[in-house]
Write a protein that binds this ligand. Sequence first.
Ligand SMILES: O=P(O)(O)OC[C@@]1(O)O[C@H](CO)[C@@H](O)[C@@H]1O
Length: 598
Amino acid sequence: MAALEDLVPHTERANPRTHGLDTASPSQLVQLLQECDLEIFQRDDKATAAEEHMTLFGESTIRLMTDVAAQAKIILENPENNAIVLSGCGTSGRLAFLVAKSFNKLLQDCGRSPCYTYVIAGGDKALITSQEAQEDQPELGSQQLREVTMDKKMILFIGITCGLSAPFVAGQLDMCLADPGRFTAVLLGFNPLSLARTTKVEGWHSSFAQVAERIHSRSISTTTSFLLNPLVGAEALTGSTRMKGGSATKVVLETVFLAAHTALNAGVAVSPSCVRECLLSYEAVHKTTYACSPSIAELVHRCGTSLQQAGHLYYLGWGTLGIVAMIDASECPPTFGADINDVRAFLHGGYQTLGIKEGDVSSKGQQFFLSHEDFKKNILPCLTDWDTVILIFTGDDDQLEVRCFAETIRARSPHISAIVHASSEQHLRGELESLFATIVKVTWPTISSHKMDHYLKIFHWELSTKWILNAASTGAHVAKGKVLHNFMVDLKVSNKKLFERALGILQKFTGQPRKECLKALLRCIYETEEISEETSNADISRHIQVIAHKEKVVPTAMVALLCDCSVTEARRLLSERRVIRDAIEHCLDLRRERTPIV
Ligand SMILES: O=P(O)(O)OC[C@@]1(O)O[C@H](CO)[C@@H](O)[C@@H]1O
């Protein structure tokens, strides 16, 4: 019989390496993230024998990526009439956007028409702020896919869902399967098929697993469907697929499309060796980035201090590195239950640089203010000593402009840091460097001036930036006490996947059966001690709507369970400690005292 842990999807498993994440020093934390990120590139021989193992470098993965690249090449041969659509929810959708944007630029640079497009659950505003609830809607997914492909002859659709779980993507895949004459469907994720989500999608005909199964069975006999699901190991912060899942998504997509474009330009077939070489180059990015571990740890320390003191983190980025920063910032509210103002990103050139379908959406509210000018106007005048500003740029950016901006900020606060990428030949001016209290300077080998190499270089810099910022924002929230061991206990329960995760966390830390945990969660959601039969049996979507307006629901339920007390009492106990982790540890201690081990 399978052990209980074997039934948990890989993307939801606790990584044994990071059990002590919550008490790690900044340098230990960076070391742990380095080890976890390296697991993305593990080889087959290191995978456990019991798994249906398929690692990134595994032969079957490379073959599959080559086959998908060959399909992409066919589409690219007629970009006016065909389309490559990348789609996902949350981080997966944001990366779909970024990759589509990059490859359209590459096409235009080669004098061809752009043919990549993206779909993200929640629309363009989900690129900037989290809109997690739409992840649960399969019909919305298919409707949006229909809209972007209406006038297209042949479509390569890649549905990204790290957990093999998002109903939004299931709806789109289902639509592709129904029209194999036009659509080639690729499902990209990081769980074995056997661990795809089996719960029935509310108001729909199938579960995600059933759709994934159909993709898989069709992939055996045709080239209209592919299941690309290498294993990359558990996340450092349990379930936080924005981290390794997101990084692996970026690596896989960019490798596939670079291989397709290379073959197209050379007029040859896509080769597995090109795919392999590209993957190896991404593996080297890991080494180059984490060679800067001491300065990354310094940055993590500074960011942690800021959030601990109720300060803010402000990312000010240039080019696509600024978009990577924007993605990192947008993930903090759903991942850490953070306030939207805790971590904010501003992009050089604002909406013009971003280039989204809906154009400038800043009129939707101040959380959509995005440009460096917006930062200067709205944030700079109120910057405090507890805030940290991080400038993110490269040796290709205008150093004079960066310096002027840095000086303006420096005049208000000494807490200005930088993440800089430059080739070994590019030198930062000393006067610019001296403006930063902390600087993560990533130095890269010089590359050829070939167009493809230029793009690959930018992709590498983006991934490196992603790793550094993921470390900064995760480390800062760990320092703020949001994490218990390697579980985020104050998550925002904004969709069904997160509802399930919340129940799992409650079960794990309280040792109570699922039924009791559900009852406690509902008591906290509805702020009542008596849960009616009707509420108990209501659809999860109803609970999620109510949670949207509540704070600290999961920690409150956990305290109520651990201390066997009312919701009001649990809220009072939580408010006695500034740090959630301390409050829960205290309750765990109290419980241990009450029930001594005999
Ligand atoms: O579909 P996936 O790729 O597994 O998860 C999508 C996603 O939105 O879900 C999480 C929150 O719901 C995010 O961290 C993540 O980006």
